[in-house]
Design a protein around this ligand. Structure first.
Ligand SMILES: Cc1ncc(COP(=O)(O)O)c(C=O)c1O
Length: 368
């Protein structure tokens, strides 16, 4: 029998839920609000789709492995050099490639318990031990505890800013103070998947691509604010040395021609981005007001989602199921290590109203 390595045998990989169409049919749902994956419910950026469609005619040819056009546009937008930009099949792919590029046997990853679940999955898949410290009482990264926990085996520290799934933000001042405390040989991975939302929500949100530290690597994505999650395209910004290493290990023709083209269109789609971000900021504040009125305990967010703290896993399960019966799909956070919490993506105005109506109806069903 073929031996499966222990780290893979024991790996709890991403478990998709029941297909939505099946649930809609089961409950006979007339209206739905899909608010469980932090996607952009406005649909894809139209400019991204325009570029993608044109690129399809060249699908018989291998795409540009150096991804020069897209990397050039990302570099220009972020005022860095093309050599400071890598692209991949989503930021998740770039994160996974960090292990191949930088980790040697025995190197460890440090992060907080209660962050983006893929981090633990990809680390285990790459036989990398993850050390964690708890989040703070306000569900943020505990930067002091992380800095103290660094030891000789720590190769990299992962921060999600804002943090998925809690929405908490590390400010510019906190980020700079933290980076200064970390030895220069330790990589600091700052995952800014929700960057475009965060800059609109807080003037204190740091743009780490503007830093010039040799050990900081910023990950961003086109999956969220640009609305092309299915296309799979993300990017990293870092020192030329680190980007060179990352580009060496990516699959030769990753990302595909259509993904590169969609990214090229998306990054120029200022109108779409503005509309998305304005809707999010407006609707997030609407959620705050209504959740407060309804008496739900929520965590202020700097992303396109808001997390409710319901105090116990039983309440989470009840609310999740009751919302689903009313056509509202949200995320339980057991796999993220926060079984007493539930995450709601900010959707279109009508979806958010459907969600809040359902939350109002369900409040009395949750044990106090
Ligand atoms: C913090 C964080 N990083 C990365 C991703 C995934 O990004 P991508 O679609 O580019 O792989 C997500 C998606 O939910 C996320 O929340």
């Amino acid at each position: 029998m073929v031996r499966i390595p222990e780290n893979i045998e024991n790996l709890k990989s991403y478990k998709p839920g029941k297909p939505i169409d099946q649930i809609i049919e089961e409950f006979g749902l007339k209206e739905t609000a899909i608010l469980w994956n932090n996607e952009n419910n406005f649909g894809p950026s139209p400019l991204a789709m325009e570029y993608l469609q044109k690129s399809m005619a060249n699908s018989h040819l291998y795409p540009d492995p150096a991804c020069l056009e897209l990397r050039g546009l990302i570099a220009k937008k972020n005022q860095v050099l093309i050599g400071n930009v890598a692209v991949g099949n989503g930021s998740e792919s770039l994160f996974n490639n960090l292990f191949n590029s930088f980790f040697e046997v025995g190197d460890e990853l440090l992060t907080c318990a209660g962050t983006f679940v893929a981090v633990y999955i990809w680390a285990q898949a790459n036989k990398v031990k993850v050390n964690t410290v708890p989040l703070t009482s306000t569900y943020n990264f505990d930067l002091d505890a992380l800095a103290k926990r660094v030891d000789k085996k720590t190769k990299a520290i992962y921060l999600s800013n804002p943090n998925n799934p809690t929405g908490a933000m590390i400010s510019g001042e906190e980020m700079v103070n933290f980076i200064k405390k970390i030895p220069p040989e330790v990589i600091i991975v700052v995952d800014e998947a929700y960057y475009e939302y965060a800059v609109d929500l807080s003037p204190d949100y740091p743009d780490t691509t503007a830093y010039r530290y040799d050990n900081v690597i910023t990950l961003r994505t086109f999956s969220k604010a640009y609305g092309i999650a299915a296309i799979r395209i993300g990017y990293a910004i870092a020192s030329e040395r680190m980007i060179d290493a990352l580009m060496k290990v990516k699959l030769t023709f990753e990302p595909s021609n259509v993904a590169q083209a969609a990214g090229i269109g998306a990054i120029q789609d200022e109108k779409y981005l503005r509309n998305t971000v304005e809707n999010n900021t407006h609707e997030l504040h609407y959620y705050y007001r209504e959740l407060h009125k309804l008496g739900y305990n929520f965590i202020p967010s700097y992303a396109n989602f808001v997390m409710l703290d319901l105090g116990n896993p039983e309440s989470v399960q009840i609310l999740f199921e009751e919302l689903m019966k009313r056509g509202v799909f949200v995320r339980v956070l057991r796999a993220f290590g926060l079984p007493h919490c539930l995450r709601i993506t900010v959707g279109l105005p009508e979806e958010n109203r459907l969600c809040l109506k359902a939350l109002a109806e369900c409040k009395s069903l949750i044990p106090a």
